[in-house]
Design a protein around this ligand. Structure first.
Ligand SMILES: Cc1ncc(COP(=O)(O)O)c(C=O)c1O
Length: 406
């Protein structure tokens, strides 16, 4: 690695922080469009700013529990809080006991702890592409190489396990799955899962399974594969990640976790013991949130039902509006908070997103998430319905007006 230039005003920074921190054109335009009175933001994914009705008194009362006043540091997380998380899995029909859990401030932190546990600098983590760009960043700050493996869209979404396996080498340490993936909204099928387990077992790799959107299935008839049940004791180690951020729509509470499943029992215990040392270096969870964990998880139904109603209503509006034109289509999805739109090939996704910004509509270009090939835009289905419908209308007008003559 070449050493970064010294900073003109002081000591050099570590090469891993040698980022281009200039605001990109889309982000600069987005600030302006967000401030415009007649703008429509189709990128709203912050649930606390999406017009949901939170049970305010219940949340605030939970945070005022007397246990919030005591400091009893526990690197794995307070037992009562881990029991509350175990009960969440129990409600899914999965047996994930508190002894398998380690609490973190967020799912992102759980990823980082696992990267520190499993990989040395320069090692590789295999991650699905397209997916949420957070992973590039987490891999980079942990000095890891991120190796994307493809998800193909052909009718539905398919994991290319053969391509993944071809790319595995002696530096490969972990295989990330996102279930359902963000932003494609695709759940792994039982066949995908079996193929990924086999790859991980053959190459002695651990699986890191991010299930933050697991509960947000659009089709009530769909029963997605539950990885908490599907991670077999005789299979490779599987670390499930999740947190209050999406389960209870409370990202500000900063409570996530990892659950160690699968693998040899002795390996799993050694892994948890090492993770405990990593977590002990930070002790990043606050006492109030741990004391409130059971209550904050218990209110998830109230939030999830509002969010699911919103997601389904926006998908219905989207599909019925798209059915009346032919330029834009929606890629199939089964759940999650986002929808991916395919646009005409006259422009890249980036160029479409910029053209929309000029009309004060915010939608993410597919390139943010690693889409290549046909241009795509990613829109949030959490957007309040009136803004969603109006923003979509303007998006479709923009595309129709940009159509080449004839
Ligand atoms: C797939 C996925 N995983 C993890 C996260 C981060 O979750 P947390 O807020 O728990 O760090 C996000 C955030 O949107 C996400 O989309």
């Amino acid at each position: 690695m070449s050493s970064p230039p010294r900073h003109p005003l002081g000591p050099a920074f570590a090469a891993r922080t040698d980022w281009d921190l200039r605001t990109n054109r889309w982000a600069a335009g987005a600030v302006e469009a967000r401030g415009a009175a007649d703008g429509f933001d189709l990128t709203v994914t912050n649930p606390t700013a999406a017009g949901l009705a939170y049970p305010r008194e219940r949340i605030l009362a939970a945070l005022a529990a007397p246990a919030a006043l005591a400091y009893e540091p526990s690197p794995r997380g307070a037992l009562a809080a881990r029991e509350a998380v175990a009960a969440y899995y129990g409600a899914r029909g999965a047996a994930v006991g508190p002894e398998r859990l380690l609490l973190t401030a967020s799912t992102s932190e759980a990823y980082s702890h696992l990267f520190r546990l499993l990989a040395n600098p320069g090692d590789r983590v295999h991650v699905p592409c397209p997916s949420y760009p957070l992973l590039d960043h987490l891999a980079a700050i942990n000095d890891l190489e991120m190796a994307p493996y493809p998800l193909w869209h052909a009718g539905g979404w398919h994991v290319d396990a053969a391509e993944l396996e071809r790319d595995i080498n002696s530096r490969s340490r972990a295989l990330v799955v996102i279930h359902p993936n963000n932003p494609t909204g695709s759940y792994l099928t039982a066949e995908d899962w079996a193929a990924l387990l086999a790859v991980a077992a053959r190459h002695r790799m651990a699986i890191i399974a991010d299930e933050v959107f697991f509960d947000y299935v659009w089709d009530p008839a769909l029963r997605p594969l539950d990885l908490a049940i599907a991670a077999a004791p005789e299979g490779p180690p599987v670390f499930l990640l999740n947190g209050l951020s999406k389960i209870s729509a409370l990202p500000q509470m900063k409570l996530g976790w990892l659950a160690a499943l699968g693998g040899e029992q002795a390996w799993r215990q050694a892994a948890l013991a090492r993770l405990e040392v990593i977590a002990d270096a930070y002790l990043s969870l606050s006492a109030p949130v741990q004391a409130a964990a059971a209550e904050l998880l218990a209110l998830r139904g109230e939030l999830q039902s509002q969010i699911l109603a919103r997601l389904r209503a926006n998908v219905a509006v989207l599909d019925s509006r798209l059915a009346r034109q032919t330029w834009v289509s929606r890629l199939s999805a089964a759940g999650g908070w986002m929808a991916v739109l395919r646009l005409p090939a006259w422009r890249s996704g980036d160029a479409w997103a910029e053209a929309l910004l000029r009309r004060r509509v915010l939608a993410h270009p597919g390139e943010f998430y690693g889409f290549s090939g046909a241009p795509c835009l990613v829109v949030s289905l959490l957007t309040p319905p009136a803004a969603f419908a109006a923003g979509l209308e303007r998006l479709l007008q923009c595309v129709a007006q940009a159509a080449p003559p004839g």
